[in-house]
Structure formats: structure tokens, C-alpha cells
Ligand binder design. Structure first.
Ligand SMILES: Cc1ncc(COP(=O)(O)O)c(C=O)c1O
Length: 455
């Protein structure tokens, strides 16, 4: 649904919202200038000397490796075209209004009028926050409604909300698996799965990314080690590669070896598959997946929040034992409202009627144009498009050149991706117009020729 199609009620409410947003923005600018002149009251030299020396050495090491992260400050809402405050010499001369190709805003819902409106509505009706974890006095009817809405969206029995998908991943494995069990995890799984697995006592097996022969070998090893319960854990889509996990084969192996299938679908929820239900729907295997963890912080409005959805007893056990759920605050009502509105858009036949085809068209055009121009791309038919460059410094120089042309993309290098596989990861959105996508492909081709990546 476009801005033009938003209801008149929404539009009227938005006028009020945007007036408030402008006031808020002015306030923010005042705040920012006061931050920039801020003088700390307490000296950092109070750190123990050994720790201070270690921190300095670590920072030096990161800088020498060329991987120190400088955060660019966005001074507009998150959307396809953003204004950015860009400190640093690599940004000198770059326009401050750039087309944004590095957010997970796949459907462009991060500033969609319905989403923003519902967030305001819930804020006004339900307050700013719960000042509590869920099980003490932090569950409002809106939390239960959102959990039901997510369960219905998938067709699964029950859902539990978390403050983030990172928390959902941190909180699931140790509850479900013990030292008699086995977790068999893809080597490229997200950091939060790796951390969650570290917290659990199950025997750990790691199979090479999407390598089904290796997965089968690890399932056999787990059996030989006497594992009672086996769980296969995979990202639905691998975020650095734009690669979609081969779920039909994973489910076949799971059934052959009587294992559970866990999918982290953060980079698929809302837009992959005919109805945006994710990688399970894309492959037609939703009924063969036991548990899905995902985020509300990417396609579904882009704020924050995560969830586990699946079997009712499994969810019930998580409510009783999952530590990030038990010991962390409830989701803020405005965030719940925004996610509910985003899901309504995704689940209604005309809500994303234009968005899903637009996202697919943008993705296909971008992939085809760059492939035809001679670039090497990774991944499947997915809006994450890694443009492979190999060398870390080349990737960072390439990104700087793109910025000079008003295209905001990021270069990724080791340790985020394997050594020698530096890349620029482009993320398409339904919010990009075809004209914006063309500006990006033109800039890629110009810079690619200048830096001799293509002829
Ligand atoms: C595959 C994957 N899982 C989990 C997460 C964490 O999601 P959240 O931002 O909701 O904590 C991310 C976020 O980058 C992700 O890409």
C-alpha cells in the first residue's frame, strides 16, 4: 500500500504525528548540539590500568585491521532516501541526502503511515511501557493479541514475544535441550544462534553452510554419540550471502533422523514466499518446520522485538524457563502497535499487494543488470545482494565512491565475512522506486569501471 492509498483517518492522524515529529526533530537537534559540547564529569582513567591498556590495544588492533566501525548518523526517518551526517574523510564531499541500500527495511514499512499511526495510537492508549517483565505485571491484552496474530499468520499453535530475536535465540536452546541431546548448527548461522547454543549443554555439531552431505554426517555422529533429542538449527536466509537455506532437504534429513527443525527467519519474514510467510512458505514446507524464531525489527515495521512461534507446549515451557523472557522488560506498547499494523498489512490481500511485486521487480532488475555488467553476485533470488569484490580495502574504497554518488552501501570484510571474500552488501526494498534502483546500478557500473572491477 502506498502513501496515496492510506486512509483519510490515517492521513489526518499523520498530519498531527508529523507536526509532533517536526517538533521532536527540532528538540533532537537542540539535544545533539548540547551533546557535542558535553564535557564528561568523570575521567575514564578511573579504569584499572590493566584493563585500560587492553582496551586501547584492542581498539588499535581493530583500527590497524581497517575494520573499526564508524557509525554514520541518520538525521531523517529510516526510508529509501535518507539524510545522513557523515563524519570522516571518506565522506568528504558526499551529498547529505543519499539513497539507502543498507537497511533491512525490505517492505518499506519502517515509516509507513499505518505503522506510525498505530504506534502513536497504542502509545496514547496503553502508555509508554510496562516497567515490568511479562510474568510479574507486564502482560497487556495487546501483547497477547500480537502473539495470537503471529500464530495465525503462520498457522502455528502459539507464539512468545521477546525484546528482540537476539533474545529469542539466546533463550531457546538451553530450555529445550540438555546434555543428553545434540544441536546441529549451520556454520554460517547468526551470532545470536551461536551465543544461544553456547548457553546450552547439548552436544554441539557444526555442518558446513547448506552442505546436506555434511549435515547428514553430523546427524549420524550425533546418533553415535547417543543424542536423545536432535535439533537442526539454520537461518532461513543467510544475511551476508542472500542465500536461502535448502529447507526441503533439511526437513527430509530431519525426518530420516528424527530431528527437530529450527529456523531463524529474520531475513525472510514478511516478504519471502507467495504471502510473505518466510522461507518455509517459499519452499512449501511450513508444516515440516517445528519452530521459527524471527524479528519485528526488519520487514515488520523495523522497530524492535522478536518471537518464537511453534508448538503450544514448547512455547509454554519457554514462558516458564526462558531467561531473556523471564528477566527482561515487556515490549513497549508503541512497538507492539507498530508490529501489529505491519502484520495486518502483510497478511491482508491488498496491504502489500504493491509492495511484494515491487520488491521482486527491484531485486530482479538489480541482480540482472549487475550480472550482465560483469559483476560477481552471491545468493539466490533475494533482496540481499552481495556484490563480491574480494579485497577488504577495495570494498571499502568502492563503498566510499558510491557514497560520493549519493548511494549509501556498506563494504563488509573479515571477520564479518571470510578472509578474501570482501563484498558490498546491497539490500533492496519495496520502498525504492525503479528510478532509485537504476541510479544505484548506474553508479555501480561507473565505479566498477573506475576501480577496474569490471571492464
Ligand atoms: C539472522 C538473524 N537472526 C537474529 C537477528 C537478531 O534480530 P534482532 O534485531 O531482532 O535482535 C538478526 C539481526 O541482525 C539476524 O540477521
Amino acid at each position: 500500500m502506498s502513501f496515496a492509498a492510506a486512509t483519510s483517518t490515517t492521513k489526518a492522524a499523520l498530519r498531527i504525528c508529523s507536526a509532533n515529529a517536526v517538533r521532536g526533530h527540532r528538540f533532537l537537534i537542540q539535544q545533539r548540539s548540547s551533546f557535542s559540547t558535553f564535557t564528561p564529569l568523570f575521567a575514564s582513567s578511573r579504569l584499572p590500568k590493566a584493563l585500560e591498556a587492553r582496551i586501547e590495544k584492542d581498539i588499535e588492533g581493530i583500527k590497524e585491521a581497517g575494520t573499526f566501525k564508524h557509525e554514520r548518523i541518520i538525521t531523517s526517518p529510516q526510508r529509501s532516501s535518507i539524510s545522513v551526517n557523515m563524519p570522516g574523510k571518506s565522506s568528504a564531499g558526499a551529498p547529505d541526502q543519499v539513497i539507502n541500500f543498507c537497511a533491512n527495511n525490505y517492505l518499506g514499512l519502517a515509516d509507513h503511515p499505518d505503522v506510525v499511526y498505530r504506534a502513536h495510537q497504542y502509545l496514547d492508549t496503553w502508555g509508554n511501557g510496562l516497567s515490568s517483565v511479562r510474568f510479574i505485571c507486564g502482560t497487556q491484552s495487546i501483547h497477547k493479541e500480537l502473539e495470537d496474530q503471529i500464530s495465525k499468520f503462520y498457522g502455528y499453535e502459539d507464539t512468545i514475544l521477546y525484546a528482540s530475536c537476539f533474545d529469542a535465540n539466546a533463550g531457546i536452546f538451553e530450555v529445550l535441550l540438555n546434555e543428553n541431546d545434540a544441536i546441529i548448527s549451520d556454520s554460517l548461522n547468526h551470532a545470536s544462534i551461536i551465543d544461544g547454543v553456547r548457553l546450552c549443554k547439548a552436544k554441539r555439531f557444526r555442518y558446513n553452510n547448506c552442505d546436506m552431505a555434511d549435515l547428514e554426517a553430523k546427524l549420524k555422529e550425533a546418533d553415535q554419540a547417543g543424542a536423545k533429542v536432535k535439533m537442526i538449527a539454520t537461518d532461513g536466509v543467510f544475511s551476508m550471502d542472500g542465500k536461502i537455506a535448502p529447507l526441503p532437504q533439511i526437513c527430509d534429513l530431519a525426518e530420516k533422523y528424527d530431528a527437530l527443525v529450527f529456523v531463524d527467519d529474520c531475513h525472510a519474514t514478511g516478504f519471502l514466499g507467495p504471502n510473505g510467510k518466510g522461507s518455509g512458505e517459499y519452499w512449501g514446507v511450513m508444516d515440516r518446520i517445528h519452530v521459527v524464531n524471527s524479528t519485528l525489527g526488519k520487514a515488520l515495521g523495523g522497530a524492535s522485538g522478536g518471537y518464537t512461534t511453534g508448538n503450544a507446549n514448547l512455547v509454554s515451557l519457554l514462558r516458564n524457563k526462558s531467561r531473556p523472557y523471564l528477566f527482561s522488560n515487556s515490549l513497549a506498547p508503541s512497538v507492539v502497535g507498530a508490529a501489529a499494523a505491519a502484520l495486518d498489512l502483510v497478511a491482508s490481500p491488498d496491504g502489500t499487494a504493491n509492495l511484494l511485486p515491487q520488491l521482486r521487480e527491484n531485486t530482479q532488475f538489480f541482480r540482472k543488470t549487475l550480472t550482465d555488467a560483469g559483476f560477481t553476485l552471491k545468493g539466490d533470488d533475494h533482496p540481499i545482494v552481495p556484490v563480491m569484490l574480494g579485497d577488504a580495502r577495495l570494498a571499502s574504497q568502492f563503498a566510499d565512491e558510491m557514497l560520493q554518488r549519493g548511494i549509501y552501501v556498506i563494504g563488509f570484510s573479515y571477520p564479518v565475512v571470510p578472509k578474501g571474500q570482501a563484498r558490498i552488501r546491497v539490500q533492496l526494498s519495496a520502498a525504492h522506486s525503479m528510478d532509485q534502483v537504476k541510479q544505484a546500478t548506474d553508479a555501480f557500473i561507473e565505479v566498477g569501471k573506475k576501480l577496474k572491477v569490471i571492464n
